[in-house]
Design a protein around this ligand. Structure first.
Ligand SMILES: Nc1ncnc2c1ncn2[C@@H]1O[C@H](COP(=O)(O)OP(=O)(O)OP(=O)(O)O)[C@@H](O)[C@H]1O
Ligand SMILES: [Mg+2]
Length: 448
């Protein structure tokens, strides 16, 4: 373990000796000096964790030393020793950034207690800093894997919006990484040291969502046995992630709109409002514009939430990312060098992944458990992937239980073929294996 390093500056030589003796133990190295100048010279070349300095010393005083240290090594803690009856100077030292002070005369116990407190504080701060960097790394963009053009666009947009305060709407099917992206944006924003609070709007009963988001006062409703903070208050200074926003009731939509407009919240059962400083990132796997068209979602709220939107592509539209995603998950599950046999690869690459990246992650985790030898063979893959070999004319077909409308399908195929060739009927007809007059006849039939 690393030793704590304490510097003592004290011109009373006998007191200095007592202090050395008190503080020295197996876990601590003590450097002591009988004037400020020597202490300062030492600090130019060396780092310490804690400085305990007398205030009144000739030439360079304790206050001079504190100022110099604050400038060059602000992380070093400083304890000022003052004479009895000079509390004002102690206060001034604290204002300048000293961590604590000791008044003469003090006992060895007092000294070691104050020093211990300071050192444990220092290690807490350091630990916290390490944890924070780990957290940032964990949700750094580098933890979101993808090199397809669609993902490059996503990364680019994320980089540009992270530093702003704009509300963001993340769209994408289930399992495409919406929450992952929301966290990465938060940890790359100016709010990264503030909280990231996620709310699953659909998982909370309608009647409880308001109190969950905005809090309540004691007695506001049956079961409200004490005052409770809402998620918005908890997210103050940070980001709130409203997941599955499309599921919000009209009543809640109105209340949320009010909070966005006024930037303040009111606990259920209270008529007091208070300011909150929160960035909203919302997400949905539904077509929110359509919900607006159908009047299921308020248009004004939609525009407030959707200042910037990020669309995450489904996995089947970024198949070129499958190999690096698989590599990423093999590493995540502790077997980075595990190989996958050719036939199993073919299944993984041709499957249409309705559950997107989450499904892929689960499949890899499962395969690592079920594989019989060193290599992942096709028998370690789930039945639905092995059965999904339903390629018809190069298209993966997943026939729904509910049956299909053949004419709709035909119409959609014609539409897609025309789109593919920018409306060129000759090319579209060739692509569909039809003559041009047949194509025109069908286009007229379907009013295309
Ligand atoms: N590009 C990616 N790189 C690495 N991991 C990813 C990526 N996209 C998604 N994942 C992983 O897939 C899983 C699902 O992601 P996440 O929970 O963010 O999806 P979601 O869109 O919020 O899904 P849902 O709509 O079901 O809530 C997570 O374990 C996430 O880490
Ligand atoms: Mg999610």
């Amino acid at each position: 373990m690393k030793k704590n390093r304490i510097l003592i500056a004290e011109d009373d030589v006998s007191l200095k000796r007592i202090m050395e003796y008190t503080l020295a133990d197996s876990g601590t190295e003590v450097f002591s000096f009988e004037n400020g100048k020597m202490a300062l010279d030492f600090l130019k070349e060396n780092e310490v964790d804690l400085i305990i300095s007398d205030l009144a010393m000739p030439e360079i005083t304790g206050m001079d030393l504190l100022r110099a240290v604050q400038k060059t090594m602000p992380d070093t803690l400083f304890i000022m020793i003052t004479a009895y009856g000079t509390i004002e100077t102690a206060v001034e030292a604290m204002k300048l950034g000293a961590y604590d002070y000791l008044t003469k005369p003090f006992s060895p116990d007092e000294l070691s207690l104050v020093a211990k407190k300071a050192l444990s504080m220092k290690s807490l701060v350091e630990e916290n800093r390490i944890l924070k960097t780990q957290l940032v790394e964990h949700y750094s963009f580098s933890n979101i894997v993808g090199k397809s053009d669609k993902m490059k666009e996503v990364f680019d947009l994320m980089g540009r919006v992270a530093q702003t305060n704009s509300n963001i709407l993340i769209l994408g099917e289930s399992g495409t990484g919406k929450e992952l992206v929301a966290k990465a944006i938060h940890y790359h924003s100016k709010r990264s040291s503030g909280p990231f609070v996620a709310v699953q709007c659909a998982a909370i009963p309608v009647t409880l969502l308001e109190s969950e988001l905005f809090g309540h006062t004691k007695g506001a409703f049956t079961g409200a046995i004490k005052d409770r903070k809402g998620k918005f208050e908890s997210a103050d200074g940070g980001t709130i992630f409203l997941d599955e926003i499309a599921e919000m009731s009209p009543d809640m939509q109105a209340k949320l709109l009010r909070v966005i407009q006024e930037r303040e919240v009111q606990r259920v059962g209270s008529n007091l409002s208070f300011k909150v400083d929160v960035r909203i990132i919302s997400a949905t796997n539904q077509n929110l514009s359509k919900a607006v068209e159908q009047k299921r979602f308020r248009e004004d709220l939609f525009y407030r939430l959707n200042v910037i939107s990020i669309s995450l592509p489904p996995l089947r539209e970024k198949k070129e990312d499958i190999p690096i995603l698989i590599k990423h998950f093999l590493k995540k599950f502790g077997q980075p060098d595990c190989q996958i046999e050719k036939e199993a690869w073919d299944y993984l690459l041709s499957y249409h992944w309705p559950g997107n990246v989450r499904e892929l992650e689960n499949v890899i985790e499962r395969a690592l458990v079920l594989k019989k030898g060193e290599i992942i063979m096709k028998d370690a893959l789930p039945e639905n992937i092995l059965k999904s070999d339903k390629k018809i004319g190069g298209i993966v077909m997943d026939l729904p239980e509910s049956g299909i409308n053949f004419e709709e399908l035909e119409k959609e195929l014609i539409r897609l073929a025309l789109k593919k060739y920018d409306g060129n009927q000759t090319q579209a007809a060739k692509f569909l294996g039809l003559s041009r007059p047949t194509l025109v006849y069908r286009m007229e039939k379907y009013g295309l």
